[in-house]
Design a protein around this ligand. Sequence first.
Ligand SMILES: *Cc1c(COP(=O)(O)O)cnc(C)c1O
Length: 362
Amino acid sequence: MKYGRTYNFSAGPAMMPEPVLEEIAAEMMNYRQSGMCVMEMSHRSKVFQQIRDEAEADLRKLMGIPDNYKVLFIQGGGTVQFAMVAMNLMKNGLGCYVETGAWSKKAIAEAKKYGEVKIVASSADKNFSYIPDCSNLDIPENADYVYICENETINGTTYFQLPNTKGKVLVSDQSSMFLSRPCDVEKYGLIWGGVQKNVGPAGMAVVIIREDLIRDDLPKFVPTYMSYKTHADNDSLYNTPNCWAIYCCGKVFKYLLAGGGLEAMHQRNVEKAQILYDFLDQSKLFTGAVRKEDRSLMNVPFVTPSKEQDADVVTASKAAGFDNLKGHKSVGGLRASIYNAMPKEGVEALVQFLSKYEKEHS
Ligand SMILES: *Cc1c(COP(=O)(O)O)cnc(C)c1O
């Protein structure tokens, strides 16, 4: 790693591609002869407009987003989307949710403020260590949508097959897997992702929404900012957007396109995750926390036989130059987040370290 940087296994904010950071650094003082940094620019200026437009166009290319979907850049991170989804999509007042862990639980709690929530499947019985069968869900006729958290960042599960929504709109929180693999946008009504996990800086979510789901008959209590229509009608420039995040994400979109797109990224992610899972599967000290078929390629939670040893591994990993391997406080253990920007060498170095630790402690 250059610049004395560390292999950072944080779940988010997380690593960004080094070439992108270098480009941003080079443009910091004077962005392309504009005489200013992007942070200092009017969001109504021509130069920023171009940054925004290119970011959207590149994302559309990257994901193959059809023309009848809007791409929105909205502040408030992921958490605001828990409320926006319910406020905007609960026309009949009923949302169906699949409960798979910490982030779907938060979405459920928030949605309950605005309407009725039906939990149509759950993996709570086994500590959210798997994705429940979603092939024949009991979805009421008047349900407005079916909501999933497609990659549970804390619990380390992911869907390899989307639920059968029986014709209802599918809504997906893709925060911790956004742009990690190809995505068939047409299967969804709405996709959203907080960008600080797998793309850029914190403080923004990308929302991809099918146009017919954008309503102008929202209840009066819905704040102007919280209506998708506000953002769709104004190209995400109704008010001052998170210009910096849009700029940085735009760079990452270009970087991914130049690197072969999402299929190429997916291949690299499969390879990287395999290295870590292969190690865990043969280890006598470390155990993966998730059912094999549902393992996330992005967030890998694992444990030793005791809390004390978990803590000892975290301390030793820090001393060895790795960072943020402690599991989330709600589940404990260890967790390695290996998003797009984590190089394969980082995962190899981690496995080498864990393997050495195991030898020294058995
Ligand atoms: C981090 C995360 C969120 C919340 O994002 P914030 O920007 O911190 O509000 C929501 N969903 C998932 C899957 C996440 O990983």
